[in-house]
Write a protein that binds this ligand. Structure first.
Ligand code: UDP
Ligand code: MG
Length: 319
């Protein structure tokens, strides 16, 4: 059965009061032409300006608009997550509230989705932002994420993206992980396409992020690499580290024993003795950490009722 709403547009809003009316008008123009039932879900992430009043005013005129207001500022990822939880559409489209993404690109995203993709990611052309502080870190980050997760996209940071509803509902977001959604979703097997989209200048308000974001993205990347490769089998990682560490320790220890047997003398003045002991102990620690992580993994999957697989389609038998 088709749901009543086919398209859900999810927009995180933090101090964007001045941009909202134009954005809403542009969205309405683009969406009403499609002739598909849609909803717009705006999540006010604890704005301190008039954003909430602006949203309420728009919602009073437009039955498509749903607005959610956070009690405080939880960050863009949380705002996206709230939008995804509320979304009812078969396809969920995200974009920023500042007008930098162009709603006119939405029909193109949908065309691409119709070709059978699960995620279509915007790739901003002619970025309107300064090279050194914005575009360069983003080029490096995209390259790094591509190398380490095997989901190669030119522009992870672009908010304009389309997702199949059942895909996005299966991605749990924490921290600042929203920009990694395509990589996180890749574990379940998704078809991902890129689409060149328009990038526009921010006309009102100001950007909420600075260069410090680069570092946060780096730590998040470590989390994502771990989640993707080892979260279902952490012992594979910690076991290997433990084996490497204990192995090195044992080798150094053996060498020292041989040294003592052939040359006599004391080992106490040999710093490498301490290194050997340290490595063996660290190795044992890694293995225990692996065991604990294995137990946590089980809780993690079972507490969420989260299977370790994802099904694309089924054919049902007739008996
Ligand atoms: N945003 C949010 N919560 C925050 C910071 C930002 O919901 O704590 C929203 C913001 O209103 C905008 C989008 O996330 O719609 C992107 O933010 P911004 O334009 O500041 O980032 P940039 O485009 O400069 O990377
Ligand atoms: Mg912006």
């Amino acid at each position: 059965m088709k749901s009543r709403v086919e398209l859900s547009i999810v927009i995180p809003v933090y101090n964007e009061a001045e941009s909202l009316p134009d954005l809403h008008a542009e969205l309405t123009a683009a969406l009403s032409k499609l002739g598909r039932p849609y909803e717009i879900i705006a999540v006010d992430d604890g704005s301190r300006d008039e954003s909430w009043e602006a949203l309420k005013r728009l919602a009073a005129q437009d039955p498509h608009l749903w607005a959610i207001r956070f009690r405080r500022n939880f960050g863009q990822t949380a705002a996206f997550a709230a939008g995804f939880d509320a979304a009812r559409g078969d396809i969920v489209i995200t974009l920023d509230a500042d007008g930098q993404n162009d709603p006119a690109d939405i029909p193109l995203l949908l065309d691409k989705m119709a070709q059978g993709y699960d995620i279509v990611s915007g790739w901003r052309q002619d970025r309107q932002e300064p090279f050194l502080l914005r575009r360069l870190p983003s080029i490096v980050a995209n390259w790094l994420i591509g190398q380490t997760t095997d989901v190669r996209l030119h522009d992870y940071g672009c908010s304009l993206k389309a997702y199949r509803g059942e895909v996005i509902k299966n991605v749990r977001l924490y921290g600042e992980l929203h920009r990694f959604i395509p990589a996180l979703a890749s574990w379940m097997g998704v078809r991902i396409a890129e689409l060149r989209v328009n990038d526009r200048k921010r006309l009102h308000g100001k950007s909420k992020s600075g260069i410090s974001r680069t570092f946060r993205v780096l730590f998040d990347l470590l989390t994502v690499i771990f989640l993707l490769n080892y979260s279902a089998r952490p012992m594979q990682l910690f076991g290997r580290l433990g084996l490497a560490s204990s192995g090195m320790g044992a080798l150094i220890g053996l060498y020292l024993v041989a040294f003592r047997l052939f040359y006599g003398g004391s080992l106490l003045d040999k710093p490498s003795l301490w290194l050997a002991v340290l490595l063996v102990i660290a190795g044992a620690q890694f293995v225990s950490l692996g065991l604990i992580a294995e137990m946590i993994t089980r809780t993690y999957h079972e507490a969420q009722g989260k299977p370790i697989y994802a099904v694309r389609e089924r054919v049902e038998g007739r008996v």
